[in-house]
Design a protein around this ligand. Structure first.
Ligand SMILES: Nc1nc2c(c(=O)[nH]1)N[C@H]1C(S)=C(S)[C@@H](COP(=O)(O)O)O[C@H]1N2
Ligand SMILES: [Mo]
Length: 374
């Protein structure tokens, strides 16, 4: 009998304040939790991951087997597709989903074998030409979810097999054994891709020609067209809209917080801090700008530790950056601050993005308002 924390009725969904989130480059302890059901407390000694489907030999791997493969560490942002949903519903139009603010994201160091090495060990039996149309499907059967008896998701097989896409079966987070809420004993980490595909407590990886049949792959986590404005209308199109994969370039402001009173420094500047996330495969972030006049003028923010991004771009390709700016402002009330990020691929955040019913992948300008400047 598995032991569970929380329930299907009340799963653990929480995020820190954005101010707290941007205090540290590596997110420790305060990372957001997103669960569609209870958290299983699994015995890591007896846990197995089955590798099956279009492979030459079906494998049943223990955690020790996974640790015996070459270990790879990746620094990446893991982000719920619904991050910043609150801004979409308040600025654009009501949406359906958990009311996430700007902190359903965390930047961590994950360690484990590359999924590619695990699949090569099993021997993918599909011709390489078919990899782009095939899928690596992940499943966790132990914990039920709100909409199904299990949780799963999939990614295109060619991404799983790319040696530069850094997809791993993580057994460690920030140098420590995973905690139950973040997937102990092993979870998938797919950098750049919506968090929903980074399946926790993973038990099975299947190479197959169809995407995962799981509810959360087929009937959730999709950017529905803007004319789909009800659950009923969505029923008609779930099958026609692709599953959300890559997340868009984004940024958010952690300091100052909405409604706060900020003191200017001696030169009349206000300190603004935040994070920025590159678009899917287009990292790292190359520029962040801030505006204190509703977007009429922009000034460049300082990307903290920018050296490491420019000297080791491939290491930080999937990571966020933290930034800060000193913005000149006059004493006043009801002020707004905006942020916008640009990544290596040239993707730049726009003022707003198109509305979608589930409020996923929102990436309009980062924003904080009702600021009193003194
Ligand atoms: N088995 C399982 N894996 C899961 C989920 C889940 O509910 N069950 N939630 C997914 C979603 S929607 C997100 S955003 C991330 C959240 O990971 P975290 O809780 O470690 O932050 O895990 C993903 N993996
Ligand atoms: Mo999510």
């Amino acid at each position: 009998m598995a032991v569970f924390q929380h329930t299907v009725e009340e799963p653990l969904n929480r995020e820190p304040s954005s101010t707290k989130l941007v205090e540290n480059y590596v997110t420790e302890k305060i990372g957001y939790d997103r669960n569609h059901g209870p958290i299983p407390v699994i015995d890591g000694e007896s846990h197995r991951v089955t590798i099956d489907g279009a492979v030459r030999s079906t494998l049943s791997l223990s955690v020790a087997d996974l640790q015996a493969l070459p270990q790879h560490t990746v620094v990446c942002a893991l982000q719920c597709a619904g991050n910043r949903r609150h801004t979409m519903r308040t600025k654009l139009h009501e949406v359906q989903g958990v009311d996430w603010f700007d902190a359903a994201v965390m930047n961590c160091e994950w360690t484990g074998p590359r999924l590619r090495d695990v699949l090569l060990k099993a021997g993918v039996s599909l011709d390489e030409k078919k990899w782009k149309d095939a899928h690596a499907a992940f499943a966790c059967y132990t914990a039920p979810t709100e909409n199904s008896s299990w949780y799963g998701g999939s990614i295109p097989l060619d991404r799983a097999m790319r040696d530069d896409a850094d997809v791993i079966l993580a057994v460690q987070m920030n140098g420590e054994t995973l905690s139950p809420n973040h997937g102990y004993p092993v979870r998938v980490i797919v950098p750049g891709i919506a968090g929903a595909r980074s399946v926790k407590w993973v038990e099975r990886v299947t190479v197959q020609m169809t995407e995962s049949e799981n509810y959360y792959q087929k009937y959730d986590y999709k950017v529905l067209p803007p004319d789909i404005d009800s659950k009923e209308a969505a029923e008609e199109v779930w099958d026609k809209v692709p599953a959300l994969m890559g997340m868009p370039v984004n940024s958010a402001i952690g300091v100052p917080t909405k409604g706060s009173r900020v003191e200017r420094d001696r030169d009349g500047h206000v300190l603004v801090k935040g994070y920025a996330l590159p678009g899917c495969d287009s990292g790292p972030i190359t520029k962040v700008e801030v505006s204190g006049d509703d977007g009429k003028t922009w000034q460049q923010a300082t990307i903290l530790d920018q050296d490491k991004f420019s000297t080791e771009p491939s290491k930080f390709k999937w990571a966020w950056c933290l930034w800060e700016a000193h913005v000149r402002m006059q004493p006043s009330t009801g002020k707004k601050l905006l942020s916008r990020a640009t990544d290596q691929g040239g993707n730049q955040q726009q003022e707003t993005c198109e509305w979608n019913l589930r409020g996923v992948a929102y990436n309009g300008y980062g924003e904080t308002d009702e600021i009193e400047v003194v």
